[in-house]
Design a protein around this ligand. Structure first.
Ligand code: ADP
Ligand code: MG
Length: 222
């Protein structure tokens, strides 16, 4: 599903360099990425989703060489194949909860905006406890509610790969468990691969594998 080799990435004018010699995530695996703040967890997700491109090395996601595709192809790949839950949610402020959940269909013309997908958006909202807020603008939601909108949006099209950046970071313990159970349930039902970043060591139960960034700052095999 994901294979990175000899990956190097640095931000301009920054000391930080992400080095990953070998990373392999199999299809259907549920991987938790843990590590201190600033260790490069979000950077890794950006490289997997093609938001960033590596300076050196290769990264293949679902047989696509995301590191070397052009901008438009990377964007198409991301929208059609990956469900991303961003650390800062990246919701569209002037849209309702429902339209934010349906955003993948607005962006990607290949995804039909039909009665089925609208029904699925409502079901996901119901399952995550925001079913009564579908018509509200997302700016009028709490952080935890916004996070749940982001999760519904990522699951809408049943993408084969879910990338989740601190997906429970703004949730209380009860909602945290509900959201995790929902993510795992969707993975099991649809045979999804999940890569979830967390700094919360309490939520790593249920993952198949833990990648600890503290261990490979200097570069190593995962
Ligand atoms: P984490 O998600 O593990 O907290 P990040 O991947 O966000 O870490 O960041 C890794 C390092 O890269 C940090 O030192 C951070 O300050 C730096 N960094 C992140 N984004 C940028 C950016 N856009 N420009 C320059 N430096 C950045
Ligand atoms: Mg981060």
């Amino acid at each position: 599903m994901i294979h990175a080799e000899n990956l190097r990435f640095a931000y301009p004018r920054s000391e930080f360099e992400l080095r990953i010699d070998d990373l392999l995530v199999e299809a259907g695996e549920k991987v938790a990425v843990v590590g201190p703040s600033g260790s490069g967890k979000t950077t890794l997700l950006n490289l997997i989703s093609g938001i960033s491109v590596p300076d050196e090395g290769r990264i293949t996601v679902m047989d696509q060489p995301v590191g070397t595709l052009g901008d438009a192809a990377r964007r198409r790949f991301r929208v059609s194949s990956i469900g991303a839950i961003f650390q800062r949610f990246e919701l569209v402020d002037y849209l309702s909860v429902r339209d934010n959940i349906l955003l993948p269909c607005w962006i990607n013309r290949a995804l039909p905006l039909d009665a089925d997908v609208r029904q699925r958006a409502s079901e996901l909202a119901e399952q995550t406890g925001i079913g009564d807020k579908l018509h509200r603008r997302v700016t009028r939601l709490s952080q935890g509610e916004q996070q749940r909108v982001a999760i519904c949006r990522a699951l809408l099209t049943r993408p084969a790969l879910i990338l989740a950046d601190e997906p429970t970071g703004n949730l209380d313990p009860v909602n945290k468990q509900i959201i995790l159970d929902l993510l795992f349930q969707h993975c099991a039902e649809n045979d999804l691969t999940l890569v979830a970043v967390t700094h919360d060591s309490n939520i790593v139960d249920g993952f198949d594998r833990i990648i600890d960034f503290a261990e490979f700052r200097a570069g190593s095999s995962l």
